[in-house]
Design a protein around this ligand. Sequence first.
Ligand SMILES: Cc1cc2nc3c(=O)[nH]c(=O)nc-3n(C[C@H](O)[C@H](O)[C@H](O)COP(=O)(O)OP(=O)(O)OC[C@H]3O[C@@H](n4cnc5c(N)ncnc54)[C@H](O)[C@@H]3O)c2cc1C
Length: 353
Amino acid sequence: MAEALNIVGAGPAGASAAYAASKLGFRAVVYEANPRPAVKPCGRGIPTLSNLPFEVPKERVIADIKGAVLYVDGVKSVEVRDTVRGYIVDKEGMIRDVIASSGAELYTSSPYNASNGTVKVNGQVREVRTGLLAGGVAFYDGEKIYGVQAIVRAPRLESMDYLYIDFDTSLIGYYWIFPAEEGVEVGVGGFESPQRLRELLERYIEKHKEMLGSYSILSIAGAPIAVGGVSTGSVRGLFKVGEAAGFVLPLTGEGIRPSAISGYEAARAYLTGLDVNSVLESLNISRVVRVHRSILKALKGMSPERRRDFMFEIPAAVHEEVALGTMNINRIVKALASKPLLAAKIMKYIMIS
Ligand SMILES: Cc1cc2nc3c(=O)[nH]c(=O)nc-3n(C[C@H](O)[C@H](O)[C@H](O)COP(=O)(O)OP(=O)(O)OC[C@H]3O[C@@H](n4cnc5c(N)ncnc54)[C@H](O)[C@@H]3O)c2cc1C
């Protein structure tokens, strides 16, 4: 029988690691603390399905996004329509599919205890001394913000097929309205306390009652988001992957795709005897995380007024690069051809990353 790969956490990173193991002919054992995988609050937006390490079947796509409207402090700055610009996925179903297709043994309600390197499976204690730690943001040691999101039944937005994003320059974050099965997801993430963000979210929903129709809030939940950049390392012999290692784009909070890529590549490296941390740090997605992180740092250093001007100055094509999580330097340079001063500033942020 093939040697087994231990994986702690059944989110996008852990599932992708299990998938990579199966492709290489190894058995994977996944330990998940919750009764179900991938249940943390999440907007479930993915800019592209093409560079995920696994296929996403059509039935797991809740909405094809065909445009986006961007606001800065409530004032419209960019609108793009009529081209597919992303997807909202059934994250839980998608992760369940990936784990099932990997043939991994999945133990739910089986939390890993990092203080002694064990998991409890059906009341029995097991030692877990090797493998991957894909337990998410709780294991991340860099800077975090908080995100809080409500599922809102909103009759006027029932067939929404675009993203509504409202940057808030005082929060250095943004509000979002995304399509969902039961209505829409309205959320906010930024540099504020969880309690304050929740109050701001409730106020934001009330302020948008015209747009939402006679709405009702079905649930509200939140979680931290890693925005400090990639920080690899290990805990009791387990290599950190996914959000535990900072695989989230700091400007947008996009973490499903970066975490999935990191989990897949880390498992391949681990099982083929390569240095897991060096492989993770040299991934293309790690470079994109670094570029996002340096721009976020630059934004944090600006006054709110300067930040607002900067956000308005940025052309749609650059917003798109950020939202798509690609950061293609050639396209950014082209988009900024008529704004040499802004180009110089942005390139400086990118180059120092
Ligand atoms: C409000 C909000 C909205 C977001 N919206 C988006 C979005 O629209 N698009 C996007 O791409 N990203 C979004 N993100 C980020 C995204 O959810 C995460 O970055 C991504 O899920 C990280 O994947 P992961 O597998 O590394 O970690 P997780 O998805 O957090 O999975 C970790 C798993 O490990 C389990 N676990 C934790 N501790 C233990 C333990 N001790 N033992 C065993 N198991 C454990 C957890 O229960 C969980 O199932 C959002 C985040 C928040 C908070």
